[in-house]
Design a protein around this ligand. Structure first.
Ligand SMILES: NC(=O)c1ccc[n+]([C@@H]2O[C@H](COP(=O)([O-])OP(=O)(O)OC[C@H]3O[C@@H](n4cnc5c(N)ncnc54)[C@H](O)[C@@H]3O)[C@@H](O)[C@H]2O)c1
Ligand SMILES: O=c1ccn([C@@H]2O[C@H](COP(=O)(O)OP(=O)(O)O[C@H]3O[C@H](CO)[C@@H](O)[C@H](O)[C@H]3O)[C@@H](O)[C@H]2O)c(=O)[nH]1
Length: 329
């Protein structure tokens, strides 16, 4: 039995590949390396360079590797880019996911784990977001993912495909053993940008909007450590292999930090007085979004082990230093 990981050369997918290899699982990665890196796939793991929407390719991989489960990470992921290029996002994240789901059904793969996002909720009022909140995504990115959730639900009813949909909140940090991290070029994620600024890779950073209805006026987010997130997928895989029913779960720590608080943590942990310039709001950003994680704890037995923003920032700093030494990868 082999797990097919789409997007396994990317940031989060590569941590999932490590978790699978650490657990003794067989893995095959399909990745077109559009934002991922060959070097992120550990030696000994098969990397098929190609498009996950290419049904002939995917069905051949499923047959050749005896795939019994698919963990689908591959996507375009930048919220403001999705506002500028919605059709590109709907093609890659939605239309190609339709093909992949059809390939799973045709090839008899019955287990599917999907990387969804907190962006499916859109604006939320105060309090922790539970999975049954109304889904009103405010960006094409969020909509492109929500449609995949619906396809999985419908394919489950029609074809018996069982799925775990994981709605990640803001993913950050790196493998605590230093084997993987976020290598994304021109990254837009807050912690990565702040850490790069601390290390002098960027002169200054921007804080997008301080007039939100939040305690300090900047946006609140729930930062989930990437190894804890990979573990959620391992728990989901065990659930599906054990015959568990389809499920949708948030993955977050139920604790929000404002943009200003994150920048302060980066200043403290790095010892550098990062220059952060107040700027206008960025399109597509909801004011606050913090997860309830009761369901994933109860249904999948997920236990977070890395819920510590100082440590997350420390891992991101370590990885960024290492990346700099390896530039040209
Ligand atoms: N980073 C976050 O904070 C976050 C939060 C919520 C959800 N997610 C979701 O997690 C998943 C992984 O995100 P990431 O941060 O690791 O991004 P990433 O860009 O590092 O990884 C995406 C990977 O998918 C590959 N890819 C993209 N389109 C492809 C295609 N058509 N065919 C084959 N490969 C393709 C890229 O080359 C890359 O390796 C995405 O689905 C994203 O929507 C991320
Ligand atoms: O240089 C920066 C970068 C970000 N921000 C702010 O920081 C917050 C977090 O932004 P970012 O790290 O870009 O994450 P999000 O836009 O919240 O989106 C992330 O988190 C979502 C889930 O919540 C995922 O679906 C997306 O893929 C992922 O990019 C937002 O308020 C941004 O406006 C800044 O102020 N300055």
């Amino acid at each position: 039995m082999t797990v097919l990981v789409t997007g396994g050369a990317g940031y989060i997918g590569s941590h999932m590949v490590l978790a699978l290899v650490d657990a003794g699982e067989r893995v095959v990665v399909v990745d077109d390396l559009s934002t991922g890196f060959r070097s992120a796939v550990p030696a000994g793991v098969a990397l098929v360079e190609g498009d996950f929407g290419d049904q002939a390719l995917v069905e051949r991989v499923i047959a050749e590797h005896a795939v019994d489960a698919i963990a689908h990470f591959a996507a375009k992921i930048v919220v403001p880019d999705s506002v500028a290029d919605p059709l590109g996002y709907y093609l890659n994240n939605t239309a190609k996911a339709r093909n992949l789901i059809e390939s799973a059904v045709r090839a008899g793969v019955e287990r599917f784990i999907f990387s969804s996002t907190a962006a499916v909720y859109g604006e939320t009022d105060a309090g922790l977001v539970t999975e049954d909140r109304p889904l009103k995504p405010v960006s094409p990115y969020g909509r492109s993912k929500l449609m995949v959730e619906w396809m999985l639900e419908d394919a489950g009813v029609a074809h018996g495909l069982r799925s775990v949909v994981l709605r990640y909140f803001n993913v950050a940090g790196a493998d605590p053993k230093g084997r993987a991290g976020q290598s994304t070029r021109n990254a837009t994620h807050l912690i990565k940008v702040a850490v790069q600024t601390a290390l002098g890779r960027r002169e200054r950073m921007q804080i997008y909007g301080d007039d939100y209805p939040t305690p300090d006026g900047t946006c609140l987010r729930d930062y989930i450590q990437v190894t804890d997130l990979a573990q959620a997928h391992m728990d989901a895989l065990r659930h599906l292999r054990g015959g568990g029913a389809s499920l949708t779960c948030n993955v977050g720590y139920a604790r929000g930090y404002s943009v200003k608080e994150v920048v302060e943590v980066v200043r403290r942990v790095s010892g550098v007085d990062v220059e952060a310039v107040m700027s206008p709001r960025r399109p597509g950003d909801p004011a606050a979004i913090v997860a309830s994680n009761d369901r994933i704890r109860a249904e999948l037995g997920w236990v977070p082990r890395h819920d510590d923003l100082d440590a997350i920032v420390g891992q991101a700093l370590d990885w960024e230093r290492r990346l700099h030494n390896r530039e040209g990868d």
